[in-house]
Design a binder for this molecule. Structure first.
Ligand SMILES: [Zn+2]
Length: 413
């Protein structure tokens, strides 16, 4: 039950019922494709006649196409309906500190081309670089230089204001109050969507993997990488909060005397469980000397430390110090997940990041800390699922930013 916001509402018009029903048809086709009209009518509990004009509109607009592939027992071949992806393209950009990615995808999330580039130091340089890269990618890989490109989705490692598309703060890039959307739009004249990485990852699950989330309407995506980010889906909708910072569990302090965090405070969940924390822990165990937990020092020494991938590899090879470091990180991850379960009771939590490659060492301590940190029984039904292809989900999330508005429930009332 949603209360009508009397300061921000949308009135129903004469075409509203038809628009709503057409959107439902489109979503059913997308989820069950290829699907016949008879099956659609059955799933909607309506007569074929009710369905016919709605399907016709979707076919005429080019969003849905018909193909006659299914053979039935009697040999008749009913026309099947599918969502059209060919020729409907999206540019996906994943901005990270260090190296970023750009990809060309169809609206279904099938990647046609992808490249990496060094992340520029300033947002202006990034906008300029993106303008050149997008034009080049479309010229190389898209028919007619990008005709039919639906827009550009940009995923950033920081908080984003959904309405204005402004980056509020990205601690790892050192960027504040950046209007990247306007800067890129001005250069390319295309629709640009900007979102924070964990929210985009959750959107990728929600919009591009209907099977994965069909039975789970509330879930969380936790990315454990350079930092920790959380995207929350509640009743099929991204949770944003009044000022777009919902889900910032990464900077909840779990230990006020813990290691220093990039945000300037101590013992944040992120400072305890991000990749650098795991690497520090591993190096400490190996050398017996504490690593000074200071971001600048850590960056300066970075080249002499093994990367997280190496720690994971050594753990899987049976090295005790590496296993210990991962197990301790897992305990911290579980403590943070307990906050999420207590706040939102999600049906599922996806954990993405490099360390999930070593899930065999993480699963039990994560579960244990999660159960310990929540009231008895509350975490029992929350599945914790590893996702080792975080980079993939960031790009898919960028695709979802562009495509989701075309499938979303209409906001009326
Ligand atoms: Zn912090």
């Amino acid at each position: 039950m949603r209360k009508i916001n009397t300061r921000n509402f949308r009135l129903a018009t004469r075409s509203t019922p038809r628009d709503v029903n057409r959107r439902i048809v489109l979503n059913l086709i997308r989820e069950y494709q290829p699907i016949s009209r008879a099956e659609l009518a059955r799933r909607m509990s309506v007569r074929r006649g009710t369905l016919t004009p709605l399907v016709r509109e979707l076919v005429e607009s080019g969003v849905v196409f018909e193909k006659g592939t299914a053979a039935t027992a009697r040999g008749r071949r009913p026309t099947m309906l599918c969502v059209r992806t060919r020729g409907r393209l999206v540019v996906a950009v994943d901005v990270r500190s260090g190296r970023s990615s750009i990809a060309l995808s169809d609206v279904g999330g099938r990647m046609l081309a992808r490249e990496m580039f060094d992340t520029p130091a300033s947002p202006d340089q990034l906008a300029e670089l993106l303008a050149n890269e997008v034009t080049r990618l479309l010229r190389l890989h898209a028919p007619n230089g990008g005709e039919g490109c639906q827009g550009i989705g940009i995923v950033l490692p920081g908080m984003v204001d959904r309405k204005t598309g402004k980056l509020i703060y990205a601690p790892r890039l050192g960027w504040r109050d950046v209007d990247l959307r306007s800067a890129v739009t001005a250069r390319l004249g295309m629709k640009v969507f900007v979102e924070s990485a964990p929210i985009a990852c959750a959107m990728a699950r929600l919009w591009l993997e209907p099977e994965a989330t069909r039975s789970v309407n509330s879930f969380a995506y936790v990315s454990v990488s350079e930092g920790i980010g959380v995207g929350l889906v509640v009743n099929g909708e991204m949770l944003r909060g009044e000022t777009h910072t919902a889900g910032e569990f990464g900077h909840v302090s779990l230990d006020t005397s813990g290691p220093l965090c990039v945000c300037g405070r101590r013992g944040c969940w992120e400072a305890l469980a991000c990749n650098a924390a795991t690497v520090d822990r591993y190096v400490e165990t190996l050398t017996g000397a504490p690593v000074k937990s200071d971001g600048a020092v850590r960056r300066a020494r970075k080249s002499t430390f093994p990367g997280i991938e190496e720690v994971v590899r050594r753990a899987r090879g049976g090295e005790t110090a590496a296993v210990q470091a991962l197990v301790e990180t897992a305990t911290h991850i579980g403590r943070g997940l307990a906050l999420i379960v207590s706040a939102f009771n999600p049906g599922r939590i996806y954990v993405g990041g490099e360390i999930t490659e070593a899930w065999e060492f993480l699963e039990a301590p994560i579960r244990e800390a999660l159960v310990t940190g929540t009231i008895p029984g509350s975490a029992g039904r929350t599945l914790v699922v590893p996702d080792s292809s975080l980079a993939e989900y960031r790009l898919l999330g960028a695709v979802a930013l562009v495509t989701a508005p075309g499938y979303a429930a209409l906001a009326v009332g």
